[in-house]
Design a protein around this ligand. Sequence first.
Ligand SMILES: Nc1ncnc2c1ncn2[C@@H]1O[C@H](COP(=O)(O)OP(=O)(O)O)[C@@H](O)[C@H]1O
Ligand SMILES: O=P(O)(O)OC[C@H]1O[C@](O)(COP(=O)(O)O)[C@@H](O)[C@@H]1O
Ligand SMILES: [Mg+2]
Length: 488
Amino acid sequence: MGSTEPKVISGPAGYVLEDVPHLSDYIPNLPTYPNPLQVNPAYSVVKQYFVHVDDTVPQKVVVHKDSPRGVHFRRAGPRQKVYFESDEVQAAIVTCGGLCPGLNTVIRELVCGLHHMYGVTRVLGIEGGYRGFYARNTITLTPSSVNNIHKRGGTTLGTSRGGHDTNKIVDSIQDRGINQVYIIGGDGTQRGASAIFEEVRRRGLKCSVVGIPKTIDNDIPIIDKSFGFDTAVEEAQRAINAAHVEAESVENGIGVVKLMGRYSGFIAMYATLASRDVDCCLIPESPFYLEGPGGLYEYIEKRLKENGHMVIVIAEGAGQELLSESSDKQDASGNKLLQDVGLWISQSIKDHFAREKTLAITLKYIDPTYMIRAVPSNASDNVYCTLLAQSAVHGAMAGYTGYTSGLVNGRQTYIPFYRITERQNNVVITDRMWARLLSSTNQPSFMNTKDANEDNKEENSLDQLADGHCSEDTSVDEISHIFPAISC
Ligand SMILES: Nc1ncnc2c1ncn2[C@@H]1O[C@H](COP(=O)(O)OP(=O)(O)O)[C@@H](O)[C@H]1O
Ligand SMILES: O=P(O)(O)OC[C@H]1O[C@](O)(COP(=O)(O)O)[C@@H](O)[C@@H]1O
Ligand SMILES: [Mg+2]
């Protein structure tokens, strides 16, 4: 049996549903049961609590008069029928990859959602990421054991990179009788979840495999934003404020702040837009250069002469091609290990002004990268984590599998794994949001018009292939949901 064929259903006027797999696709004659929420006092008073079986959510909400209806995803939420009896469920939860604010909230809400909504009492925690399935004992998770964990950063289950051995993991799932697996993690983790789903299906196991997208870098496509992102942007403000205070307190002061963002500069971009104290934001998607007209040094000199101080925010993946020592080293998951671009740029700026003797500068470098991801999630991320976790549980109970639970245009949906893992979410520098940033900082674009047109062509053709729409629509739409206050 090869990998699962995408379930794509077409309808009138260009309607397309990119559906998710269901246990009944490969296990015939599965019994169904009435959803216990029908008699749950908290939900039974709510009209239309159950999601209609045909409810779907459009990927794009900005359309033209003659646009096809386009791609849709299955709407998340409770169904009238479920495919598991409460006492039959043996759920397991695992967290993988780097930390992100909100991991503990998601764990808590999965445990409490299973327990309070569906009467599921058997929930196991897998410790230390994927390898915990086969290298560690499990721990029992109950509503009381997870009651306060959302107040702490990190993950109470522990996490790791590497160690994904599909067969050993599925052996462990099978041996322990696990029939719902909730896998919280980023792009690498979702690829791993997809491999687990394929193997579970190949073995014909009645086991729902569910991904919950975690990425502080906001680099997962399709979804409006990842949980913890707002918290990270908020926490980054503290570092930027410190850099600003240091810079404005001395003559020709420069504050440099390095933020996370391996390939996607979203945290740096939104932290810059939120702060208003940043004079230059450098991200991996926008190549820059140091010397000569239009370069960074020229801009720094101009800004210091105008204003006496400046703040530079740099994402960790920016400008890697400029660093002389490029390395092929990888972490245990196969992610490229990056050079410290913050240290490099700070030293380069100091060396430049010492050499040129045009200005006597004072530069302070602040590296808060791990601080912004180790904090507990803020109030809005906590609510988001709750909705994500509950949606994940409803889907598994309804027999869906092989999906990531995610927010699309403000609605909870189930997205097939292949759409989550096929590409990365990046800042599109030819879109309006990057233009807003450039006009807010007044920094050079480091780009000539020819480059911009070339990039625009590439992005548009990429997006048209993937989504049937142009990139402008994508960004406007996504952005208004990420930060509703910043509208077009
Ligand atoms: N292509 C892949 N197939 C299977 N497992 C993968 C794949 N890529 C990464 N993983 C596993 O997913 C886990 C997390 O991946 P990593 O890239 O470190 O973090 P993230 O999920 O946050 O991107 C690791 O245990 C890694 O082994
Ligand atoms: O030091 P670690 O744990 O490898 O983490 C560093 C990386 O983690 C990240 O926060 C993102 O990690 P994930 O892919 O796990 O979400 C990057 O921004 C950063 O490069
Ligand atoms: Mg990743």
